[in-house]
Design a protein around this ligand. Structure first.
Ligand code: HEC
Ligand code: HEC
Length: 252
């Protein structure tokens, strides 16, 4: 048993080292013989965690990159390197890369259109009251608590808004809970003014769980691409301004 574990661990270490080596090697010798110089090859170190073509890791821990708005992906890479998000293993890989290259990587993953899997959570297994509250927050917000509806910024189909606002569907429940929780404890921050921090501050933990649960049970619409613009709407709650997404035109 010990032997097997040891061999497995050794195998994994070797594999990680090799991937890292391939990554660095490809960056330094983009035109070296034997390597196809494509973004798919160059981002192998990324897809080792983020899944083939950035489709997400198997367990909900490594987020999907494919098809997310390019400006959003780029902002996240900066958030990691400038300390607004924290994941050491990744930050070390991203830090040496130039700004222009980070934009290129963001464009590359954003352009990959892969189908989404069916939602991992089934609504029938969730408490109806929890789902109803989650749906209310996502689609209508809660004016009494000054919580804007999620669709006011994340788009009517909740598939995000070009170029800086991510979609909220097709994300695993654990990932959603972790991100909302991280905003609550300021482990995750966005460019100031941080509108998501404002939104989360106005919700209590049970509301955060409710909205994450409802979102994780929703099937993506046939057109899962981020919206090009927001349709005209009458906001019941004024939107806080988002430093990371000037296109939302929130109020100071
Ligand atoms: C060792 C595993 C690992 C590697 C390698 C890695 N990442 Fe990540 N990445 C993560 C994890 C885990 C998160 C989520 C962290 C969190 O919850 O804040 C993440 C988050 C991200 C995000 C934010 C996604 C979102 O939707 O908010 C982007 C963008 C990203 N990574 C890009 C990259 C790129 C580009 C590379 C290659 C240069 C890379 N990652 C390499 C593990 C990794
Ligand atoms: C005022 C506009 C606004 C409103 C309202 C809003 N969001 Fe956001 N949200 C954003 C922006 C902008 C980002 C990207 C932040 C960044 O760049 O890190 C974001 C990011 C997120 C993320 C991170 C996604 C990922 O892939 O990591 C989650 C989760 C999220 N929002 C959930 C919600 C929920 C749930 C609601 C409704 C209760 C909501 N948001 C309402 C603007 C908004």
């Amino acid at each position: 048993m010990f032997q097997i574990v040891r061999r497995l661990t050794w195998g994994l270490t070797q594999w990680a080292a090799l991937t890292l080596f391939t990554f660095l090697f490809t960056f330094n010798n983009a035109h070296a013989k034997g390597f196809e110089d494509s973004m798919a090859e160059r981002t192998r170190a990324c897809t080792a965690c983020h899944g083939d073509q950035g489709r997400a890791g198997p367990d909900g821990y490594y987020p999907r990159l494919a098809g997310k708005p390019a400006g959003y992906l780029y902002n996240q890479l900066k958030n990691f390197s400038e300390g607004r998000r924290h994941y050491g293993l990744m930050t070390r890989l991203v830090d040496p890369l130039s700004d222009a290259y980070l934009r290129e990587i963001a464009q590359y993953f954003s352009g990959l259109k892969l189908p989404y899997p069916a939602p991992a959570q089934t609504a029938s297994r969730m408490a109806p009251a929890l789902l109803a509250r989650g749906q209310q927050l996502a689609l209508r917000g809660d004016a009494a608590r000054q919580v804007p509806a999620c669709i006011q910024c994340h788009g009517e189909r909740l598939t995000g808004l070009q170029p800086h606002v991510p979609g909220l569907l097709g994300l695993p429940l654990d990932y959603l809970n972790a991100q909302l929780g991280a905003w609550q404890t300021q482990q995750r921050q966005a460019l100031a003014p941080d509108c998501m921090a404002q939104v989360v501050k106005r919700m209590d933990s049970s509301d955060l769980i409710a909205v994450a649960t409802w979102l994780s049970t929703q099937t993506l619409p046939a057109d899962s691409t981020p919206a090009a613009s927001l349709s005209t709407r009458s906001d019941t709650v004024p939107l806080p301004r988002c430093g990371s997404a000037p296109e939302l035109k929130g109020e100071p």
